[in-house]
Write a protein that binds this ligand. Structure first.
Ligand SMILES: [Zn+2]
Length: 445
């Protein structure tokens, strides 16, 4: 297996520290809102990597955290007059439900930052003791980046100025400069906080991930996954804290997923192009169509999300389901195709290539039972939940079939308003409607 490692800036052969065991940490969401589809692109990458490792017979312990304490959470919870654990509960729950809809497998452990405050305090104490961190008069503790000689080894600082003696307290980090960063933030008496040797306060964002990852995976572990925007300063700071504390390498492979763009621009609430999975489902899309769309792009390439591209992904997925509907899987699979598929995923997770091989196999002139068996194997990694379409007959009741027929007539006559009315009627009966060139395709939701 080969994978691009941001630490070495090249595609490396994957060699775990303690095979067949693999430890893997993914930076999870900050639960101050519903997660946008860009976050889920990273979660799909992490899931795909996990499934690939399992297919390569590794025993994977995977950890993905929940950041349930930060500036935004505190501010928003205060506005709503809710305790933070109540405020974050809704978004944490929604995140977990969305993962399920995207067929993302559960991780071994999903730690919440607020459950590790004691460990974080101990960790910071050690950094202070080692002279890598200093306490300010207000009771905040900062990491002194000038004391960690390897600072910048992940990001190469990319032209950023290394500013020593200047500090960053906020969770909204400047990407322009490298500065000392807060490990512990002093809090006023009426603010959210925990007591510590430095007074009441709360942990900084970076320390949370160092503590939760090392707690479950050890001082040095194999893989750390996150979105490319986390490379600096988040992951750079995690390395500084962790290696500063233990004197050992923190992570062997850092893997970063590229951005998801919407109509060619960065997603933001102010541009009104900020989408959640709920928005996609509300427009009649299957969450797995989004998964399919993500798989059609390589994780190190930017993915431009448009409604057209999502529609195309949904059509492709529906086509696949139609094509294989009722196939009975039996006997051995088609080894040649499966090997070609595995080669693609093992080559730096080349998902577009893997999807292409899957299609080539589906369309090949081979017995369907063998094709179905191979497809099931491939889907262990693709995660498109294809199994439920095999061996299944489509049972559309006559009244729905009549609506479909009338809709097709309306479309043929270019009466699109009428066709739309029929579509809504069919959807209300619990079916999903897709337009093919000459007919309407309907599947049960
Ligand atoms: Zn993190």
């Amino acid at each position: 297996m080969r994978i691009y490692n941001s630490l070495t800036r090249k595609t490396d052969i994957f060699k775990p520290i303690n095979p067949p065991k693999v430890g893997m940490y993914t930076c999870g969401p900050t639960v101050h809102d519903y997660q946008h589809i860009g976050n889920f692109r990273t979660m799909i990458l992490s899931d795909f990597l996990y499934r690939t490792l399992v297919a390569n017979n590794y025993q994977v312990k995977s950890v993905r955290n929940i950041t349930d304490i930060d500036d935004k959470i505190i501010k928003k919870a205060k506005e709503k007059n809710l305790p933070i654990e109540i405020f974050t509960k809704e978004y944490t729950q929604a995140f977990i439900e969305d993962l399920g809809k995207l067929n993302i497998l559960p991780t071994s452990i999903s730690p919440k930052a607020t459950k590790y405050i004691e460990q974080m305090i101990k960790y910071i104490e050690e950094l202070v003791k080692k002279g890598l961190a200093y306490v300010e008069r207000d009771g905040s503790v900062y990491f002194d980046i000038s004391k960690f000689p390897c600072y910048g080894k992940l990001s190469d600082l990319n032209g950023r100025t290394l500013k020593t003696g200047t500090r960053i307290l906020s969770d909204e980090y400047s990407k322009d400069d490298a500065q000392d960063f807060a490990l512990w933030k002093a809090a006023a008496q009426d603010e959210v906080g925990w007591s510590s040797p430095w007074g009441k306060g709360r942990p900084g964002w970076h320390i949370e991930c160092s503590v939760m990852s090392q707690q479950h995976l050890g001082d040095t572990f194999d893989i750390h996954v996150g979105g490319i925007d986390l490379l600096f300063p988040h992951h750079e700071n995690e390395i500084a804290q962790s290696e500063g504390k233990t004197g050992k390498p923190f992570v062997k492979y850092f893997i970063h997923g590229e951005h998801l763009l919407v109509n060619g621009t960065k997603m933001s609430k102010s541009l009104n192009n900020f989408y959640t999975l709920k928005d996609l489902v509300g427009k009649g899309f299957d969450p797995l169509a989004f998964r399919y769309l993500v798989l059609t792009a390589h994780y190190r390439d930017k993915l431009n999300f448009t409604w057209e591209s999502l529609t195309a992904a949904q059509n492709a997925l529906e086509n696949l389901r139609e094509k294989i509907r009722g196939w009975k899987h039996a006997g051995n699979g088609l080894c040649g195709y499966y090997h070609e598929f595995i080669e693609a995923v093992n080559n730096d997770l080349n998902t577009p290539q893997a999807v292409a091989v899957m299609w080539k196999m589906v369309k090949a002139k081979k017995p369907v039972s063998a094709k179905a068996a191979t497809l099931l194997q491939m889907d262990q990694i693709l995660g498109l939940n294809i199994e439920k379409y095999l061996d299944r007959k489509l049972n559309i009741p006559p009244e729905i079939q009549e609506l479909i027929r009338q809709r097709d007539v309306a479309r043929k006559n270019k009466n699109f308003r009428l066709a739309d009315q029929f579509r809504i009627k069919i959807q209300k009966q619990g079916y999903r409607v897709t337009d093919l060139e000459d007919k309407t395709r309907v599947v049960k939701r």
